[in-house]
Design a protein around this ligand. Structure first.
Ligand code: B12
Length: 265
């Protein structure tokens, strides 16, 4: 089913299909219904519920129906609001970072590394700063992997050093030097006060300072709340977001370090 068939508005009549303008779907096709949730710093009462509806109206949700309100701690209430928006989405104007490398099997990754690099490819991974959320980086690195895929430790031609949680940037740089890292994989899950952005910038600046251009490892960050288009701004080579699998990361390593190698700046 195309986007237009799935409740889209097709502007301009017959040629509208090419434009792929869509709007949300709730009860009936193209009805514009959305659901949002948020917390307000007010105790739960009638006024709080009215405040939630007012906020939803100001967000362009009209009519807005309050479908759930629950006190969460003293002086705070969590809300779910369901209602209609009139906004349209032009799929042609959507910008995303598409995968620009082929997906390889573990066997193919090992074969390319063995034949072209002729040594093991060294990967150093860590959760930096105060972040202790290791489940994501472990899913990528540990043998057990995620989503039915084995992690990078399973790949015979990859040498994986997983430094774990709360690693400082100097420790990471030093470990990368000791392990002669081809790639450094950093995880950042906590985003409070943009900690993930500050920590990533600090990390990439430290590698640039410690290692000459062309000698520094490939810098990769991942986590559920990164914007994958921010590589330039953060000084890293690649950003991986929600739902990343080890196979994607291994394929990217081969692409960036071997089959499509460019000097690191
Ligand atoms: C489990 C968990 C914990 C565990 C962590 C245990 C551990 N060893 O990791 C514990 C209980 C310790 C914990 C503590 C805290 N947590 Co917590 N935690 C979670 C929870 C429920 C799940 C995270 C998780 O494991 N996801 C599963 C993994 C597989 O997914 P992922 O991390 O996204 O990883 C995937 C991709 O993002 C990507 N990826 C991730 N990293 C990398 C790296 C690379 C290189 C690559 C390529 C890919 C990649 O690939 C992975 C696989 O697909 C989330 C809520 C949630 N549902 O997400 C909150 C959450 C992350 N925690 C949160 C908070 C606030 C905290 C605490 C501050 C709570 C507190 N007040 O103490 C502390 C902070 C501790 C610290 N110093 O970091 C908030 C963060 C909010 C924010 N805006 O930053 C969340 C979102 C909960 C919430 N809604 O409030 N937490």
């Amino acid at each position: 089913m195309t986007a237009v068939e799935a409740g889209a508005v097709a502007p301009g009549g017959a040629d509208g299909a090419a434009k792929k303008i869509v709007r949300p779907y709730g009860d009936t096709t193209g009805d514009g219904m959305v659901q949002v949730s948020f917390t307000l710093p007010v105790p739960h009462d009638k006024r709080a519920e009215g405040a939630a509806v007012q906020l939803a109206n100001r967000m362009g949700i009209d009519p807005a129906m309050l479908v759930h309100a629950k006190p969460i701690g003293e002086g705070f209430t969590f809300f779910v609001v369901y209602g209609r928006v009139n906004h349209l989405v032009d799929l042609a104007a959507v910008q995303v970072v598409e995968r620009d490398f082929p997906l390889l099997s573990a066997k193919e990754v090992n074969a390319v590394v063995k034949q072209r690099l002729r040594r093991k490819l060294s990967v150093v991974g860590a959760c930096i700063g105060t972040d202790a959320h290791t489940v994501g980086i472990d899913a990528i690195l540990n043998v057990k992997g995620i989503a039915g895929e084995k992690g990078l430790e399973y790949y015979r031609e990859l040498k994986v050093t997983n430094l774990g949680a709360q690693v400082s940037v100097p420790e990471l740089v030093e470990a990368a030097r000791v392990e002669k890292a081809d790639a450094v994989l950093v995880s950042q899950v906590v985003t409070q006060r943009d900690a993930h952005l500050h920590n990533t910038r600090e990390m990439s600046a430290a590698f640039r300072e410690a290692m000459p251009a062309g000698k520094r490892p490939l810098l990769i960050v991942g986590g559920p709340r990164f914007d994958e288009s921010m590589t330039g701004e953060l000084g890293v080579d690649r950003i991986f977001g929600r739902g990343t699998t080890p196979g994607e990361v291994a394929s990217y390593l081969v692409h960036a370090l071997i089959t499509n190698k460019k000097a690191t700046a």
